[in-house]
Write a protein that binds this ligand. Structure first.
Ligand SMILES: [Zn+2]
Length: 199
């Protein structure tokens, strides 16, 4: 793999990247224990995007295995889950947003993944009123035998990554999740890096 481009996502922010069919996107957890909320659109039809609820349906699962597709709201694979050094991710929870911090923690104007994703995608003609739910890379939710979730520190160590292969031309965006009230990110928000690669 030849790395063509690297984009650092500083803490409490997001960045977008175009990934063309056949290219790979690495999402690298530089310091470890950092969640990245991720959305992906079809570059030629922004009404199509990766959709976690359709993924849960098409996969009949709430976990990802190597080779699984990231399914869209049109039930097609836009990307493929190709490599993973961690083994634990989430596509159940929504992105943190203004209301998460306002309602649950009483804090105004906290940075949040929803607004950071919109900012990172400001140059693209997406439906800004209906941002898709994210895949939360490296997010570690433990489910008990009754189906209840507990959010734990991510299992990712410095340098851990996932690799996604584009099956269509895609516009992707990823955050460094801003949550610092509960241990989603190990209680410290740190950078991630996007790396674009080709064979
Ligand atoms: Zn977040």
């Amino acid at each position: 793999m030849r790395i063509k481009k690297k984009i650092l996502i500083p803490p409490y922010s997001a960045r977008s990247i175009e990934v063309h069919k056949g290219e790979s996107l690495y999402i690298v957890d530089i310091e470890g224990k950092q969640v990245g909320d991720f959305v992906c659109y079809n570059m030629h039809d922004y009404s199509e995007h990766v959709s976690p609820v359709h993924m849960r349906s098409s996969l009949s699962s709430i976990r990802l295995r190597i080779g699984d597709m990231l399914y869209s709201n049109y039930r097609r694979g836009l990307m493929q889950f190709a490599e993973d050094t961690v083994g634990k991710h989430d596509f159940f929870f929504p992105a943190c947003d203004y209301y998460r911090y306002k309602v649950d923690f009483g804090v105004e104007n906290h940075p949040n993944c929803h607004d950071n994703l919109l900012e990172a995608l400001k140059d693209y003609p997406i439906d800004r009123e209906h941002l898709p739910d994210p895949i939360n890379w490296f997010m570690n939710n433990e489910m008990n035998e009754y189906g209840d979730y507990t959010i734990k520190d991510p299992l990712s160590k410095p340098g851990d990554y996932v690799r996604l292969v584009a099956l269509e031309d895609c516009v992707c965006a990823c955050t460094t999740c801003s949550q610092d009230f509960v241990p989603v990110n190990g209680m410290k928000v740190t950078p991630l890096e996007l790396q674009l690669a080709e064979d």
